[in-house]
Design a protein around this ligand. Structure first.
Ligand code: TYD
Ligand code: MG
Length: 424
């Protein structure tokens, strides 16, 4: 439909006068032509899955993570794989020299790599070069190093990061170029870090993992072209990142004899169930006992301890309580509650939980055990990995039996502790 704007003649000095007489194109949603988005494979199935089935042509993707986690390594591996599929790629670096990139490529055994490298940090120049080179995919390593000549703030500041990202996004969107921005999570928190860009880009991925473990998780926090909270699992090796295709048993530490203070949780990461070992240590504390958690929320821990006290009569007034999710994995779902509490209980009683047990379920303030999403899948995965007993919320009780798996449905925290005592 074409409409012409009529501006009354007595309306003078108004901003919208400038478009008087211009044609406006309005489209009805149903009449807008849509195309299924074209996707490119990054050469890494795990990353493709997190992206929702590959990199969408023309999308802007932000990859955030702590320094040293492996962002540059992963992206170099990806652009090389895509270049080998015949896609023209450009790796822009403001952090490292070209020879450092070449050394990394050598270490990654990317023989005879045809990826172009450009070290430039002025965004106006970068856009001028893009105009000439016309690549299909670009990686900018990192967004914190670039600056615009029009802004007096220093590179890495909020204004620079935001403006540069917007200029590049605008350019890439109009030219159908896929843009991958690397952003460091700054130590001071989120200021000037990837957080301020989350709303401008199509997809936000975060790289997680702890420095002591070789495993790395990539998680989609926002995705206009796929599901969020999907995770991909990688292992950092001496030849770069290698994807882990069957990660459900990754976050278990295999003890030769059962130890107290551990409980196996079946959690859902994105679309798949994973088993994670939750460890707890209850120790004599001083006048102000500590509550610490790694990979789990600390406020939630304090709440769970209060529930344990009130509804199961187990008090921790003078005790330190530490909990940890093995392997540097971060767990945010409340379905971890019951496993955390049973790990704590086991540590307190200094007795290992009965063998072959897995647990999941949210615990409410009234001591009730609430259902978790997709309980059946969780039980099936645990059974597949050889676990034989599951303490789960009553509402998640499977309708049919699961082979080799004894189910203990519970409605309250006290019942769950009762099950443990009966099995002991
Ligand atoms: P890097 O990709 O530079 O991290 P980021 O860009 O996120 O800052 O990777 C950093 C770490 O990875 C570094 O400590 C060395 C290690 N690494 C390996 O273990 N194997 C490898 O093949 C490569 C290239 C790096
Ligand atoms: Mg880097």
């Amino acid at each position: 439909m074409i409409e012409t704007i009529q501006v009354p003649s007595n309306e003078k000095n108004r901003g919208y006068q400038s478009i008087a007489g211009e044609e406006v194109f309005l489209e009805k949603i149903s009449e807008i032509s849509t195309q299924t988005v074209a996707r490119l494979s990054t050469g890494q199935d795990e990353l493709d899955r997190v992206l929702g089935g590959g990199l969408v042509v023309g999308a802007v993707v932000l990859i955030g993570g702590d320094p040293g986690i492996g962002k540059s390594t992963l992206l170099l591996q990806c652009v090389d794989a895509m270049q080998r599929q015949g896609i023209s790629t450009l790796y822009m670096t403001g952090e490292e020299s070209n020879s450092q990139i070449a050394l990394r490529a050598k270490r990654l055994r990317l023989n005879n790599s045809q990826v172009s490298v450009l070290s430039e940090i002025c965004v106006e120049k970068i856009i001028a070069y893009l105009e000439k080179i016309k690549p299909q995919i670009i990686v900018l390593d990192s967004i914190q190093t670039v600056y615009s000549e029009d802004i007096s703030a220093s590179p890495g500041s909020v204004t620079q990061v935001r403006e540069c990202a917007q200029m590049l996004t605008r350019y890439c969107k109009t030219h159908n170029i896929t843009l991958i921005l690397i952003g460091h999570v700054t130590k001071e928190g989120t200021l000037a870090g990837p957080k301020i860009l989350e709303h401008t880009v199509d997809t936000v991925l975060y790289f997680e993992g702890d420095g002591n473990s070789s495993f790395r998780l990539i998680r989609a926090i926002k995705n206009r072209f796929g599901a969020v909270n999907e995770v991909g699992v990688f292992a950092m090796t001496d030849k770069g990142l290698r994807q882990v295709n069957n990660p459900s048993a990754l976050f278990l530490s295999h003890h030769s004899t059962p130890v107290s203070g551990t409980c196996i949780l079946v959690t859902i990461e994105g679309t798949r169930p994973m088993l994670v070992e939750i460890q707890a240590l209850v120790d004599e504390g001083g006048a102000s006992p500590r509550r610490l958690s790694v990979g789990l929320e600390r406020d939630r821990l304090a709440m769970l301890l209060a529930v344990l006290h009130r509804h199961a009569g187990v008090a921790f007034f003078d005790k330190d309580v530490f909990v940890n999710a093995v392997g540097g994995v971060r767990i945010s779902e409340p379905a971890a509650d019951l496993a955390v509490l049973l790990a704590i209980y086991s540590s307190l009683r200094e007795r290992p939980l009965p063998s072959g047990v897995v647990v999941f379920g949210e615990v409410g303030l009234a001591g009730e055990v609430r259902p978790a999403p997709r309980g059946l899948e969780r039980c099936r995965e645990a059974s597949k990995l050889g676990f034989s007993r599951a303490i789960i919320p009553k509402a998640n009780q499977p309708k049919q039996a699961i082979e080799g798996m004894q189910i203990f449905p519970v409605e309250r925290l006290e019942q769950a502790i009762g099950v443990i005592k009966d099995l002991w």
